[in-house]
Design a protein around this ligand. Sequence first.
Ligand SMILES: [Zn+2]
Length: 427
Amino acid sequence: MMIRFAILPLLLALNFSMCKKQQAVTEEPQPGGTSSPAAAAIAAASVAAASPKITKPVVDQTAQTLIFCYHRLVDKVRYPGTEITPAAFEAQMKELKDKGVTVISMQDLLAWKRGEKNIPPRCAVITFDDGWKSQYEVAWPILKKFGYPVTMFIYTEGVRGGSLGGGEAITWEQLADMRDNGVDIQAHTATHQDLREGHTVMVIEPGGKRTKKKLTGADYEKWVQNEVVGCKELLEQRLGIKVNCFAVPFGNYNEHVKELARNAGYEAMFTVYGQPITFTSPMDSIGRYAIEANKPKVFADAVSMIGASSGGGTAVAEVGAKDLMTQPADGETVHTALPLIKANLGSIGQIEPGSVQMRVSGLGLVPVSFDPKTGMVSYQVPQKLRDKTCTVIVSAKSAGKKVETHWTFGIEEGPATAASSPATTKK
Ligand SMILES: [Zn+2]
């Protein structure tokens, strides 16, 4: 029910705004500044690369992400279904920051979903749909001010100069500038219509003539192929990028469209049915919150929904062994097969005492001692470890979130192990 109510005004508003896009406007867009979400992304990547080596990445499967979908930013809202004022947009971007919601890039979200990269416990992804020049001229500078990454979902015929791209449309040059500065550019079909077979669609003939048709069979297949695959290829060729995300106009698709998209190499498909994205959310129907001037509660409710899920602060999922002053240290070689294994969880924050677990390779789950006052977890290996290397996994819960660390040390029993206390040397 709610979905129907949300879609109808969006559909109407988009139809209006699509018409608007076709009006010829003579003013040229101002080329924007060239500051640096890209640099931030590179910096973030190198930080990730420099973090302690972990054999298997551990991602926080309890993290949640809100994906917001915006359209046009205008000073005077006339189509509240797709427009909001720049001031309202900026206030929302600030609210994310103030409430401790980390804005991450779409590609980081996908890497997390693949289990390759961790994300903070409460995240948001900002997306802009359709390709309006106000996104380049107004929204982007605001995003840059906050250092937020952004994803643009573009329908290719709606880019300036295309059959649906009028004076308010974004240009290929503006998209190229955004690309050069780290903006993620993704697909939103060729002509922005209902993708399901048997629906009446507006078809653009090669000469530019438009006719409304109910396409079926081979005609439909050819048309939908261009909407789903042609759009991706055009964006990739025109901008020299890799497109792996597909936003479905109005969320109108079905299994056949999903299959086409999967076969075309899309990794994720997006609708406008907003919901927090979890580790297990299906990749072919990722919901986004469409933010509209006439529904301010959508944003507030979305933020409060994940805002309530954690106390914030120290709820980290993956902790470097170095930060926990582990004994033996990561990469160290000890000269005893009976090591005392220790880690200080004190730096993580308040640990729920019953939640502390240690796994030791070759032994499995072991009975640890944990001192809640110092945060020290320890285990004296009672029988000789047989392998030349030993991996330890310590996990615990802090502020409702699972925290985990992995480290590995080597064992070389030498003649010097006669001493009663285990001796260790740095490599
Ligand atoms: Zn759209």
